[in-house]
Design a protein around this ligand. Structure first.
Ligand code: C2E
Ligand code: CA
Ligand code: CA
Length: 257
């Protein structure tokens, strides 16, 4: 076990050293205007000519305690990119970054994020931190503190994968979030499932009353967009508009004016 962990650590350090982690950006759109309003940063690993997806390595890094380093790597790189866009006079879009639950409960980690935005002179409201619902449910007290810490530094707080956990309403009552990301599994079923539609409509309605913005993720069809627009969802992200793409492509397509 210890040997395995050591191997994984060495492999991780190598990946950093040889620049194997690459960030891709998936755009997010305003559902009414269909204008781009931000993006989510997602990580991949390029190794020996292959692309390895995060679902494969993130759980391993979480177990081995390496995820914090990776999340800092992604965070710092996004700040670098935003600084570059700013210097080039490009449009500045808010970027959402995934934060593992391990990081979320660690005050030092959150303070580090604050230091990094200061270093790159990035306005923290350009960064949305995506927390997963399951992480929050595991320890609502610590999650509540984390949300306060993150907000006090000026970051935007987004709840990822909403609807796949078990006590979504308890979480919503206790944690003050800015954005709710409705999980793909919800949007997948909406066209056929009447019960699902009633629940989704209520979530969107409730979010409006709580002044929380809603994003539907994993949207692949025009029908889904039309329905989500009708029920008042604010934003969409998914293959229908665009897949996660390289930073260069993203700049070409969405940033350079
Ligand atoms: P997530 O945060 O829920 O990210 C959304 C996933 O759905 C992404 O997969 C994205 O490529 C995919 N997706 C987006 N639109 C569509 C669509 O229309 N259809 C379908 N079928 N899929 C769509 P990806 O990039 O493989 O990421 C998987 C998960 O890995 C993420 O789920 C997130 O939990 C985690 N992850 C990715 N990057 C990071 C990171 O830097 N740090 C941490 N802690 N986790 C990360
Ligand atoms: Ca996410
Ligand atoms: Ca998600």
């Amino acid at each position: 076990m210890i040997v395995l962990k050591k191997n994984l650590e060495k492999d991780f350090e190598d990946a950093i050293k040889y620049n194997e982690f690459k960030i891709v950006l998936q755009p997010k759109f305003d559902i009414k205007t269909e204008q781009i309003i931000g993006a989510e940063a997602l990580v991949r690993r390029h190794k020996e000519g292959k692309i390895i997806m995060p679902d494969f390595f993130i759980p391993k890094y979480e177990k081995a305690g390496l995820i914090t380093k990776l999340d800092i790597f992604v965070f710092e790189n996004i700040c670098k990119i935003l600084k570059e866009w700013k210097e080039k006079g490009y449009k500045l879009l808010p970027i959402a970054i995934n934060e593992s639950s391990r990081d979320l409960y660690n005050k030092n980690h959150i303070n580090k994020l604050g230091k990094i935005v200061e270093k790159y002179e990035i306005s923290p409201n350009l960064i949305e931190l995506e927390l997963t619902e399951t992480a929050v449910i595991k320890d609502i007290k610590r999650a509540k503190q984390a949300e306060k810490d993150v907000h006090s530094l000026g970051f935007v707080v987004s709840m990822d994968d909403f609807g796949v956990g078990y006590s979504s309403f308890y979480m919503l009552k206790n944690i003050n979030i800015d954005i709710l990301k409705i999980d793909k599994s919800f949007s997948d079923e909406v066209m056929e499932d009447k019960r699902g539609r009633i629940i989704l409509e209520s979530i969107i309605d409730m979010s409006k009353k709580l002044q929380i913005k809603t994003v539907a993720e994993g949207i692949e069809t025009k029908e889904q967009i039309e329905y989500l627009r009708k029920i008042g969802c604010d934003m969409v992200q998914g293959y229908y508009y665009d897949k996660p793409i390289s930073i260069d492509k993203f700049e070409e397509k969405y940033i350079k004016q």
